[in-house]
Design a protein around this ligand. Sequence first.
Ligand code: RFL
Ligand code: PHB
Length: 389
Amino acid sequence: MRTQVAIIGAGPSGLLLGQILAKNGIDNIILERQTGEYVLGRIRAGVLESVTVDGLERAGVTDNLKKHGLVHDGCELVFNGKRHRIDFKELVNRNVVVYGQTEVTRDLMEARAALGATTIYEASDVKLHDVNTGHPYVTYTKNGQEQRLDCDFIAGCDGFHGVSRPTIPADILKEYERVYPFGWLGLMSDTPPVAEELIYAKHERGFVLCSQRSKTRSRYYLQVPLTDKIEDWSDERFWDELKARLYPEAAANLVTGPSLEKSIAPLRSFVTEPMRYGKLFLAGDAAHIVPPTGAKGLNLAASDVLYLSDALIEYYQQNSEAGIDTYSERCLKRIWGAERFSWYMTKMLHTFEDLDDWDRKMQETEFNLLLNSEYGAKLLAENYVGLPY
Ligand code: RFL
Ligand code: PHB
């Protein structure tokens, strides 16, 4: 088999790239290790920046988003009971859209099926070959048979644990990493959200996030020790702990109900440089990870894909390699900005066991800066709604 661009991974990065390329007449095939249902079963992001919405627009998949996405002009931050609303609209005249990653993924899968583009699910043992030559190819196993896919380029959109990044020789890759000493326990329920806007709250017992998917579906997160297991957290314990960490008015408003899903995710900051090696390009979580506190992971994946699709379109339509050659550099500028923001939000809003009195004062002073300085609040708002593309 042959295609122009072989895409590894059918998460949001791979599907969005495939859709934009296909709409611009560039042939591509996606190889995905899991089934489509499994990919849709992973509950993850919920907040989309306008850059991401623009990307989905370019892919022609915003019908459902326009119908069901919730535009948010602000969010609430709480520090040990002290509340402060960040008004994105007033501070930077922009907003975000609350619309689930599951829905984004489903919309992209349906649009791809409508175009008749090929996605090979349950492709195991994917291996990348000769990526630093003019004739790269990918091998994989499907239904017990080894297959070969020849291509011009390979897009590594296979997430943090994928095979693309390790294909790049270790002496070329530089990795930067910070691992945090806690995780997030998430719960989804068909209950009305506790508040109209998202609440990010730091409490002595740990951080909580109150998010949502619709007017009738909520998504909540609790900071938990990395040693905790899902079995340790009955729904009842989750709701009790959430109430204990919320300010009284929110706790009183909280509607509880049976969980639809519960999962624990570790928190990590990670960047790999460069994001291109020969004919291989890394995009999304394959190249970088952010802790979810800044709501940036999916949004960074979308901006990588916009840079990459521009570069490939320029290559095929104008015979220019300029976009390809600057891909890594352009992505990394935006990535480091989002890494800083996610790291700052994580440090300010979580409870760290080993902080001394000085560190605690600094954490509180960071928060007070948002209350006391319009510039402080503006900087947060500008980063939250998304740095320029
Ligand atoms: P994905 O989604 O991990 O998809 C990669 C795909 O590649 C497949 N794959 C392979 N396929 C073939 N061969 C192999 N060897 C393969 N290895 C892997 C996988 O099966 C998978 O289908 O990466 P992608 O597409 O780059 O998308 C990234 C986003 O999923 C991620 O950044 C976000 O979910 C992060 N994130 C958030 N981002 C936001 O922008 N806003 C948020 O509000 C937000 N909240 C979150 C989040 C992530 C979370 N978790 C669980 C990590 C909340 C949470 C709790
Ligand atoms: C979510 O709704 O899943 C979500 C929202 C905001 C975040 C992280 C996750 O910062």
